[in-house]
Write a protein of this length. Structure first.
Length: 123
């Protein structure tokens, strides 16, 4: 699972987190007003990331390594902002993305939030 640090910027039935660097994650994990400003790790599995051209996105980065596996392509991004590199699995073949900046997003139901090593869903 990709873990990207950030901070809670909106609470309620859906939670929004501003990620370190750039990007905003929306999660279906509910939070309360007391969680505003909480430092979190946003977790998203590589297979749950999708390419997007929207202005609001979860992550954008430069593709460092591209691995075409037939039915899917694994993208390994350059590590930025002192973070571990993000990995994405996109359906199909995307042989033209190496060295390019790609924006990724995920369905809010697939975005997990962790604080102090614990999932916010199960507290």
């Amino acid at each position: 699972m990709n873990l990207i640090p950030g901070e809670v910027i909106a609470t309620g039935k859906q939670t929004k987190a501003k990620l370190d660097g750039e990007g905003t994650a929306t999660s279906n994990v509910p939070t309360t007003d007391a969680d505003m400003g909480l430092r979190v790790n946003v977790g998203v599995r590589p297979e749950d990331l999708v390419e997007t051209t929207k202005d609001q996105y979860l992550y954008d980065g430069t593709v460092n390594i591209l691995e075409a596996l037939g039915e899917l392509t694994v993208l390994y991004f350059v590590a930025e902002h002192g973070r571990d590199p993000v990995i994405a699995k996109l359906p199909g073949i995307h042989s033209d993305l190496r060295g390019k900046t790609v924006r990724l997003d995920a369905d809010p139901s697939k975005v997990h939030l962790f604080a102090n090593g614990t999932s916010l869903l199960y507290r």
